[in-house]
Design a protein around this ligand. Structure first.
Ligand SMILES: [Zn+2]
Length: 320
């Protein structure tokens, strides 16, 4: 059996045909024109048409991962910060056009489900998923089900760790996201380099340490710059505090990290493990297995979306 995974973002739509084992058989991409419902649907269908044309068998269902909030039961994309949809009934629209049932989820929850079904969380019934990039997203799986609470559980990025700290995009000061996502790392990196930027920093930034990015911090730390290693260490400490809270609240079998910021050759994840041990007060017997790093895959979004229908949380409604 195969399913379609549809990963919808603010700039592009990625679609893939995926089999039961999580193998990607075909992919397609289309630019996202996001200014009206009609254009959004056209963009999505362009990617689905393309990937269906490549499929050797008819996929059974469509899994849809979107930014922002969803109404899962109604199959609706409710709202997103950077896409102009308001209660767009995506599941019904795609069912009408392609005759396929669908499931919709927020992209962080779909990412968690993808790791649970196919990735580093496979075999664990209880896990926490944390993706660190421009922002920090999260998803919680407990006893094989996504924890949603009364709406949007799993917003790990907005755990308040430093009241009055840096302003988070959500409007609160001092959330984990404001401290440990890309923009927060860049800000701390610039502050650390302001006085006396190292040769490595100057080289990476073309001589302008004020232009330092989180990627520059990553590269400078990897190249041995002590100030940037201290910034990385600080990031790890905030993330480890997040892990510690998750552990106390949920006692998961594992915490799976993903996202561009984590993909630095292993320096950050091992610093997170080290801080977790120090903050917890007692040695975790197997911290390497408890705090895991997702494999780097450009198709992680497609896999997470496809997992929604290939290993559905609830029976798929295949009727019309
Ligand atoms: Zn926040």
């Amino acid at each position: 059996m195969t399913g379609i995974g549809l990963d919808i973002g603010g700039t592009k739509v990625a679609a893939g045909v995926v089999d039961d084992d999580g193998h990607i058989l075909a992919t397609a991409r289309a630019p996202m024109v996001k200014d009206s419902h009609a254009h959004i649907v056209e963009s999505i269908c362009a990617a689905v048409d393309d990937v269906l044309a490549q499929a050797s068998e008819r996929p059974r269902a469509i899994g849809i991962a979107v930014p922002g909030t969803v109404d899962r039961d109604q199959g609706i994309a409710v709202s997103a910060v950077n896409i102009a949809w308001q209660r767009l009934p995506l599941v019904a629209l795609l069912r009408e056009r392609y005759g396929l049932p669908g499931v919709i989820a927020n992209d962080a929850n779909a990412g968690a489900w993808g790791e649970y079904a196919f990735g580093m969380g496979k075999g664990s019934q209880n896990l926490v998923f944390i993706t660190v990039g421009t922002g920090i997203g999260g998803g919680i799986i407990e006893s094989g089900r996504v924890v949603r609470g009364y709406g949007s559980a799993g917003e790990i990025g907005h755990i308040l760790l430093s009241p009055g700290g840096p302003l988070c995009p959500c409007g609160v000061r001092g959330c984990l996201e404001s401290l440990a996502a890309g923009p927060g790392i860049a800000r701390r990196g610039r502050a650390a380099a302001a006085e006396d930027p190292s040769d490595i920093v100057l080289q990476l930034t073309g001589g302008d340490a004020n232009a330092l990015t989180s990627e520059n911090v990553r590269d400078a730390a990897a190249a041995g710059d002590p100030a940037m290693q201290a910034v990385r260490d600080d990031t790890a400490r905030w993330l480890a505090m997040g892990c510690q809270i998750c552990q106390q609240m949920l006692a998961p079998e594992c915490i799976v990290f993903a996202g561009g910021v984590m993909q630095d050759g292993g320096g950050l994840i091992s610093a997170v493990r080290g801080w977790y041990q120090r903050l917890s007060g007692s040695e975790h017997p197997d911290v390497e297995s408890f705090i895991r790093l997702a494999g780097e895959s450009e198709h992680a979004g497609i896999l997470g979306a496809a997992a929604l229908v290939l290993q559905p949380e609830d029976p798929l409604h295949t009727g019309t």
